[in-house]
Design a protein around this ligand. Structure first.
Ligand code: AKG
Ligand code: FE2
Length: 205
């Protein structure tokens, strides 16, 4: 993992984003796909909204995904492996970039075929504790023709597209990088999270 963590830190420091393939191994991805929340499917998930707490709104014209927040205390073993690795990544980033990131929040995410998330920034207007967005994809045999790219809009490089392939982690600055999810021809699964500069508020669990 050292080399993977190092490449993530380099990307963040130099460009504000990083893409790390095989952040999860194939076996780790398959074990997460088999956890009961995913096995039971979309009925266990909540329609994702926009904004926070009392400002939360559901708006299908902006985002069409379904989410399931993970609780560190009760997460199943395969999900815990991912959460523990994120915790290690936080420690590595803090040591190498002299930051004091404190915690993370992660949800399982399902984008049904045809759904999308329009261009946006992840940091909330009234709450800027989300410092880094971290998404790990869980889609085996995903090809260009399936769509579903994460499109990042970068000041220097313009729009850059990345396929949501299994095991790939994409991490970027939540305050700076606008991005969107392009519709896909098949269901698109991921672990979506944020690294915070404060202890996570667990009221959404
Ligand atoms: O799934 C992705 O590629 C990005 C998701 C996203 O932008 C979000 O949940 O804020
Ligand atoms: Fe986002």
């Amino acid at each position: 993992m050292y080399e993977t963590f190092e490449s993530i830190v380099d990307g963040l420091a130099e460009k504000g984003y990083a893409v790390a393939d095989s952040f999860l191994s194939q076996a780790e991805v398959d074990a997460i796909l088999a956890i009961h929340e995913f096995a039971q499917g979309i009925d266990e998930f909540k329609k994702a909204g926009i904004g926070k707490k009392q400002d939360l709104q559901i708006n299908e014209a902006i985002r069409g995904d379904y989410i399931y927040w993970l609780d560190k205390q009760t997460a199943s073993a395969p999900a815990k492996i991912y959460l523990d690795r994120l915790q290690e990544l936080i420690q590595y980033i803090n040591r190498t970039l002299f930051l004091s990131l404190k915690d993370y929040e992660v949800h399982l995410t399902i984008y049904p075929a045809g759904s999308f998330y329009k261009r946006h920034l992840d940091q909330f207007k009234k709450d800027d504790h989300r410092k880094l967005s971290v998404i790990c994809y869980l889609n085996n045999d995903w090809h260009e023709e399936h769509g579903g790219q994460l499109r990042m809009h970068l000041a220097d490089e313009g729009a850059l597209d990345f396929l949501p392939i299994a095991g790939r982690l994409i991490c970027f600055r939540s305050d700076q990088i606008e991005h969107e999810v392009i519709p896909a021809t098949r269901e698109r699964l991921s672990l979506t999270g944020w690294i915070l500069d404060q202890v996570a508020d667990l009221r959404h669990l």
